[in-house]
Design a protein around this ligand. Sequence first.
Ligand code: ACO
Length: 418
Amino acid sequence: MSVLAPTQIDDILAQVKKKAFEETANEPEPKLTGEVKWPVTAEIGRGLENAVTNETKVGYVNGAKGWLNYRGYDVFNLSQFSTFEETSYALLFGAMPTAQQLKEFNEKLAANRKIPAKIIEIMKMYPITETHPMISLSIGVSLLSTFDRTTETLTVEAETEVAIKLIAQMATLAAAVARIRSGKEPIEPDKDLSHAANFLYMLNGKKPDKGAERVMDICLVLHADHGMNASTFATMVTNSTLSDMYSSIVTGIGTLKGPLHGGANEQVVYQLEEIGNLDNVEPWYRASREAKKKVMGFGHRVYKSYDPRARILGPLVDIFTADPEIKRLYDIANKLNELVCAELGKEKKIFPNVDFYSGLVYKAMGIEIPMFSVIFAVSRISGWGGRVLEYLKDNRLFRPRAVYTGPMLAEYVPIEKR
Ligand code: ACO
C-alpha cells in the first residue's frame, strides 16, 4: 500500500473542491430550507419521495447542485480541514467545538473505546464467518446495551452519553468483528491514537502511517451524515417511539445494510470484478441496460447531479494505483463512470453516488469486502446520533398511513370450508 503524505492529500482535496464549486456555481439554488409552517403540503411519490419528516439544523443535501453540508459546513471543507472527532462533535452538539471542548470529547471517546471482554467471547460463539458483518455489528450494539444501565431513563442527556459511547465503541466492535472473522484475536484500542488511526490499528494490528490515517479520517468525515436517508429515518422512527438509543442504532444498521443503501459499496466492487477488464466495460454495461439492471453505485433519490462525496473519493483511489489490482479496478470504474454519465446522466440525471468509489478505497487499504458497509456505519453513527437527539428534544411519534387496496367486509369462512 502506498499512500501520499497528508499535505499532498490536502492538495488533492483543494483541487476537487475548486473544480466542484466552479462546475456547480450556476446550478439551481437549494430547496427545502428555512422555517416550516406545519402542516406542509407536498406531492408525495412512492417510497415517501418528497415527504418532509421534520425541521433540522444537523445537515443539508443540495441535490441539484451536488453539495452537502453538516451544520452549515460543506463537506469539501470538512474533509479538507476537519477530523471525524470534530465533525462528530458538531453533529451531536450543534456547533464546532472549542479546543477545550474537543480535548474533553476526545478524552471521553478514548475512555469509552474499549468493549467488554464478554462481548468478544460471545462473538466467538456463533458462526461469525458465515454471518454478514453488519449483522454482527448490530448484535454487538445490542450486546453493548446489556452492559449499560443508563438506558432505563430516556432523556436527551442520557441519550447523548450513549451516542458518544457508541461513536467510540462501534469502531472497536467493527474491528473485532473483522479480526474474529479472519481467525485473529481482537486488538484493544490505543488511547494515544485518533479515531481513524485506532480503527486501522485495531483492524490490522499495526499503527497506520499518517497518509493512511488521513484517508480513513476523510472517509469517516464523508459518511457521517446525509439528510433524511433511509437508515437515518429508520433510526429516528425507532427513537420516536421513545425506545432507546441502542435499539434505534440497531435499526439504522439493519437499514444501512441493504444494497440499495450502504450495502451498495460492497456490490460495486463485486460488479467491477465481474466486469473484469477494460474491454468488457461497454459490453457489460450494454447487457445490464438491456436486462434493465441497476448499475450499482449510481443514482440517488436526492442528487440529480454528481455526488460531492464521489468527487472526493474517486481521486483518493488514485493514490493507491501503484497496486496493479487497484489500478485495474479503478480504470474499469472510471470507464464505467464515463459511460453511465454520458448516457444515464443525460437521460435521467443518474451520476455516481458515495458508494461508487468508497469500496475501492477500502479495498486498497486491505479491508475485506463484507466490511465495507460496516465502515459506513462506524461513521454514520454520528449523524444518526445527532439527528435522533435533535428530534428527541421535541419528539413526536412517526406514524404515516398506507392506502388500503384490499377487500372490505370479507366474509369469514371456517377453515374446513375454504
Ligand atoms: N442504474 C440504472 N438505472 C437506474 C439506476 C442505476 N443505478 N438508478 C436509478 N435508475 C433508473 C431507474 O431504473 C428508473 O428508471 P425508469 O424511470 O425508466 O423506470 C429511474 O432511474 C428512477 O429510479 P428509482 O429506482 O425509482 O429511483 P429511487 O430514487 O427510488 O432510487 C436508488 C434511488 C435506490 C439509489 C437507485 O438509484 C439505485 O438503486 N441505485 C443503485 C444502488 C446504489 O448505488 N445505492 C446506493 C445509493 S447511495 C446510499 O444510499 C448511501
